[in-house]
Ligand binder design. Sequence first.
Ligand code: HEC
Length: 162
Amino acid sequence: MKSLSPLFFLVVLTYNALPALAENQALSLDKREVLVLTPIQRNHVLGEMQALLSGVQHILGALAEDDMEAVAASARPLGRSMASKAEDHLSAVLPRRFLQLGMDVHYDFDNLARLAESGADGKAVLGELSRLMRKCQACHAHYQIYPLKSSAIEEKRLDHRH
Ligand code: HEC
């Protein structure tokens, strides 16, 4: 076989190694604890995050209208009922502290719903929401998700569906 030129190897090496180098650099700049998740697991966590953000947005809107029923209605789905749906299959892979913080936030949303229903005024509910959101901050300051490009197990599962 004709031997390949050194330039060929240089091009192939650079092409394959650059994305990995870029990822490593991003990782080393970000000092937060890494959670290595498969694409499906990451999707699940981020989906829950989006629901938390839009829930908080709804709660703020309802507070601005002094509509305590709507505050409770937006807070309740972010409570423990949300946790039991999502965290079952993730509890094996996520660290205990992460799960605990997540659970605390769900409890806090249940309490927020109760507070809104109890006839508390908007200021009191806002104060609780602000306290609750320190836990969002604490978790974000501590963890980052590192997505695996793919997972052999997940790919197999998806294959079986076809
Ligand atoms: C138990 C830990 C934890 C708690 C509590 C938490 N988050 Fe997150 N959140 C994360 C992690 C980890 C990420 C991914 C961060 C990364 O990889 O850079 C994330 C990402 C997000 C994102 C980005 C989603 C996306 O699609 O990229 C939003 C929005 C978000 N969180 C909102 C919230 C809000 C609002 C709260 C509180 C009501 C909250 N989170 C509480 C851990 C948490």
